[in-house]
Design a protein around this ligand. Structure first.
Ligand SMILES: Cc1cc2nc3c(=O)[nH]c(=O)nc-3n(C[C@H](O)[C@H](O)[C@H](O)COP(=O)(O)O)c2cc1C
Length: 154
């Protein structure tokens, strides 16, 4: 296997085996990918595959200031411009979608609400260090119910 050999990723033809890891940039001033986002990713289009920075799927799922989301029309159109710029430069790009759960912070939540996570366990760490981590709210999911029934020792 050679790094610069092509690779068929389940039908996606990668010209090489270099995959750009997702890296949070914190450069989207109002949570919307912008012209610098387009430039950043299209400049890296020679990678076999780009995986974007983590993209919040909702306001509640946001974990860091100035990270772009993908839950409003504006954000969707902005990411479309980014992907078109990457494709025009000959690249391939996947979105990394995330909801950061307990790793969010009250300062990023609407009305200062506690972050929502599968169980109400405070994060060990969050941006700014462990001391900034705040209690989170419990979201009653199937996984949480499984844990509650003693199905998981954690
Ligand atoms: C500045 C920075 C931002 C990162 N942001 C993300 C991210 O948004 N999503 C993610 O899954 N990993 C993120 N990571 C982790 C990287 O994608 C990558 O997995 C890691 O740096 C790989 O190297 P390592 O395993 O040797 O640390 C980030 C890493 C760095 C250094």
């Amino acid at each position: 296997m050679q790094l610069f050999n092509s690779y068929d990723l389940a039908g996606l033809d990668m010209p090489n085996r270099i995959v750009m890891a997702p890296m949070t940039r914190s450069r989207a001033a109002n949570g919307v990918a912008d012209v610098l986002t387009e430039r950043y990713y299209s400049q890296r289009a020679s990678a076999g595959l780009i995986i974007t920075e983590g993209i919040a799927v909702s306001q509640q799922g946001t974990g860091y200031l100035f990270t772009p989301g993908l839950y409003t029309d504006d954000q969707g159109q902005a990411w479309r411009r980014v992907t078109e710029a990457v494709h025009a430069a000959g690249g391939r790009i996947f979105a990394q979608l995330w909801h950061v759960g307990r790793h969010s912070h009250v300062s990023l939540q609407q009305a200062g609400a506690a972050p929502v996570a599968p169980c109400a366990r405070r994060a060990d760490l969050c941006l700014g260090g462990a001391r900034r981590a705040r209690p989170c709210r419990h979201q009653r999911t199937a996984r949480a119910r499984y844990r509650g029934s003693g199905g998981d020792r954690r």
